[in-house]
Design a protein around this ligand. Structure first.
Ligand code: GLU
Length: 482
């Protein structure tokens, strides 16, 4: 079987965590089985769809590193054998199939106005009946239709749903789910203005684009029986369905803004790596039998399968994501780390060439960070004038004997050859011994004098990277304050 999956976002906002996870699973499944991953823009909601959303969604998916084989290239262009991949450019196709259903007696025009539909809903609620369309336009005579037309009403088109029995959806994750047909309304498939509704366009496109697996969030499970009936009416075999578990916040309610950042691009701005996001989202509703947590490179693609997807809701835990990001940061090569950190450094006013070079300071400090956004704050000590924290100045430097230590070590550094971490460490340790000082009595003031802080990079690494003249200068400047 040729595997073809798709992500089909409605461009009515940014790409959020749930959408990103859906994209990832479709991509993983396609890549795992050497299939094709399609991106389709479901822009049939003319009021809420925006070009900015399309751009934000494409940017987010690109940032996540989930390349698609067919779909939009940008706002104007598509690529792939089933183009266009923007639904608003496919209206004729949907209209053709609505006409086909109407000719077969499976769809009918509905002339009800919004006010009439509202009144119908209120009446049903008052009478404790399900608030679904009462199918009144199913029975219109040709004469009544002509009267409506003459009165200037434009019909929408509704799909004739069976009234009795049940519709069974065989879901790859949820198993067998049965829906009572009496509760499935005759849904609108074509709006009065001529555009399709989601449920109809989705069926037509999934069929015409030869999608083999529909993998999507479980909020769409309730749409599936209607879609299954539409496939049947059109004489088409439905794809396989897999509905992913819901994503909850740590408090057990549906994940939302209240739980923090929800858009993928916000995570980018916060300093998360795309590979860490993929790793984390991969585990948000899927697991291996041995509950493996970390996946690098192509390991996720190799391990993923729908069989590991779970029914139970997944809990989004930003602390775990942050931990995972640190693990991925530490796996990066020096060059990749610098490239990822560059926008954050630039934002903080740190752009090269600098002394010491950024690649050295970032390599020294990067591995202690969990987020890219933490890096500038850690490397800035190499570039900015020393500002002493109260703890460094009052708690460390102002102790008796410190001034002399700083001047002695400054002298040592001036003569150290080569000026390299190992040699520096040997010299300073020998100095402690000669003066019968505990290492802490020397190391703490050195750190405070060189960086203004009481914590930071490894001491001797910092002294080497800072360079001879800056290190000596800082030690002497701190001594002069005492
Ligand atoms: N356009 C729908 C959405 O954004 C897609 C649903 C589906 O995957 O069928 O929710």
């Amino acid at each position: 079987m040729t595997i073809r999956t798709r992500f089909a976002p409605s461009p009515t906002g940014y790409l959020h965590i749930g959408g990103a996870r859906t994209t990832l699973y479709n991509w993983l499944f396609a890549r795992r089985h050497k299939g094709t991953f399609v991106l389709r823009i479901e822009d049939t909601d003319e009021v809420r769809s925006t070009e900015d959303s399309v751009t934000a969604i494409l940017d987010s998916i690109r940032w996540l590193g989930l390349d698609w084989d067919e779909g939009p290239v940008d706002l104007a262009a598509d690529r792939g054998p089933y183009a266009p991949y923007y639904q608003m450019k496919r209206l004729e196709l949907y209209q053709k199939h609505v006409r086909g259903l109407a000719d077969a007696g499976k769809a009918y025009p509905c002339y009800c106005t919004r006010e009439e539909l509202d009144a119908m809903r209120k009446e049903a609620v008052a009478a404790k009946r399900p608030a679904v369309y009462d199918e009144r336009c199913r029975r219109l005579t040709d004469r009544q239709k002509a009267e409506h037309e003459a009165a200037g009403r434009r019909p929408s088109w509704r799909f004739h749903m069976p009234e009795t029995g049940e519709t069974v959806v065989d879901d790859m994750i949820r198993g067998r789910v049965a829906f009572d047909n009496a509760l499935l309304p005759d849904l609108v498939i074509q709006k009065a203005a001529g555009g399709p509704t989601y449920n109809f366009a989705c069926v037509v496109d999934d069929h015409c684009m030869e999608i083999s697996h529909v993998i999507r969030g479980d909020e769409h499970l309730s749409n599936t029986p209607s879609q299954a009936r539409i496939y049947e009416a059109l004489g088409w075999t439905p794809p396989k369905f897999a509905h992913l578990s819901m994503i909850l916040g740590p408090d057990g309610s549906k994940l939302s803004k209240r739980h923090g950042a929800t858009s993928v691009l916000e995570y980018k701005a916060l300093g998360f790596l795309p590979e860490a996001m993929r790793n984390y989202l991969g585990l948000l509703g899927w697991s291996t039998t041995d509950s493996r947590q970390l996946f690098f490179g192509t390991e996720l693609v190799e391990a993923f399968d729908l069989a590991g997807c779970q029914k139970n809701p997944a809990i989004f835990d930003q602390t775990k994501l942050t931990w995972m990001n640190g693990e991925h940061l530490r796996k990066l090569s020096r060059q990749d780390l610098l490239e990822h950190a560059e926008p954050f450094l630039k934002n903080a006013g740190l752009t090269g060439p600098l002394d010491p070079p950024l690649d050295r300071t970032v390599a020294l400090e990067g591995e202690k960070c969990k987020l890219l956004a933490d890096i500038p704050g850690r490397v800035e000590i190499f570039y900015k004038d020393v500002v002493f924290t109260p703890k460094a100045l009052d708690g460390v430097l102002k102790k008796p004997g410190v001034k002399e230590i700083l001047l002695d070590v400054a002298g040592l550094l001036e003569g150290a050859e080569p000026y390299a971490e190992k040699v520096l460490e040997e010299r300073i340790r020998a100095y402690c011994e000669a003066k019968a000082l505990k290492t802490g009595q020397v190391f703490h003031p050195l750190r405070a004098a060189l960086s203004g802080r009481t914590e930071g990079p490894t001491l001797f690494g910092m002294i080497e990277v800072l360079g001879r003249s800056k290190s000596v200068g800082r030690l002497k400047a701190a001594a002069a304050l005492l």
